[in-house]
Design a protein around this ligand. Structure first.
Ligand code: SAM
Length: 236
């Protein structure tokens, strides 16, 4: 069980976002408990203090649902690790059809087990590298990703998954300006256009982050994504 303090930080933080669904708060708490429990035997997160994890994982990711209407959307979380931000989005907006994608099989096994134990419908867990998941191309209304790669590389991993008219959201530190500049050629080349960099402060902290929202305005040319070695060696 999350301790009382962590539960109240979670409830207060969600309320600060205007999210008052008690069942969702409970589900988020259960999910985090499972992450912290499994973290004892495998590497899922460096944050082990429950209150810090509530703030820097759950409340950080919960910020997204205030910025975009996820209801009924097909969403892919690219490089989801322990399920962040995809799981908090799904638990707050249960009508989301969620695909969790990560290159590490053990993390995906944990998520499959967790989704099943929590009785979550419409969650697909896929152990694959993003650049090797061609079958998922242009299948999603939204791709989300946190702490996976710099934006110029991340855009090549994520934008191919998004249908025309959909969005890609990259969760970044406040100082996303430099990454945006470095990706100023990559994003349009891949069919994207930056809509906004939405700053938010995580409730109960002075931590400000930025969600970069990129619209898919043109199809991604068929040569992308390239092999990872190529992407890293020669980012667009
Ligand atoms: N998104 C999670 C979070 O915010 O806590 C996990 C971040 S973790 C630092 C980065 C994750 O990205 C790892 O789990 C790694 O396996 C995954 N990853 C890195 N490159 C990837 C790729 N090309 N395709 C799929 N997963 C990738």
């Amino acid at each position: 069980m999350l301790n009382e303090n962590a539960v109240s930080v979670l409830r207060d933080g969600l309320a600060a976002y205007g999210l008052t669904d008690g069942a969702a708060a409970e589900a988020l708490g259960e999910y985090l408990e499972r992450v912290l429990e499994r973290n004892r035997v495998m590497n899922l997160t460096a944050i082990t203090d429950p209150v810090e994890a509530v703030r820097l994982h759950l409340l950080d990711c919960a910020a997204l649902v205030r910025q975009y209407d996820f209801a009924g959307k097909r969403v892919i979380d690219v490089g989801c690790g322990a399920g962040l931000p995809g799981m908090p989005v799904k638990l707050l907006v249960p009508s989301v059809s969620l695909t969790l994608l990560d290159a590490t099989e053990k993390k995906i096994d944990f998520l499959r087990e967790t989704a099943s134990a929590m009785g979550l419908a419409d969650v697909t867990c896929t152990a694959k590298r993003a650049e090797e998941a061609a079958e998922l191309r242009e299948r999603f209304d939204a791709a989300v990703s946190r702490a996976v790669a710099p934006l110029n590389i991340l855009a090549e991993l994520c934008l191919p998954f998004v249908r025309m008219g959909g969005v890609f959201c990259a969760m970044k530190a406040k100082s996303a300006g430099e990454e945006l500049r470095a990706a100023s050629r990559a994003i349009p080349t891949l069919g994207g256009r930056v809509r906004e960099c939405a700053e938010y402060t995580i409730p109960g902290t002075d931590v400000t982050h930025c969600a970069v929202w990129i619209e898919k305005t043109a199809p991604t040319p068929s040569g992308y994504p390239r092999r990872y070695a190529k992407i890293k060696q020669k980012p667009l």
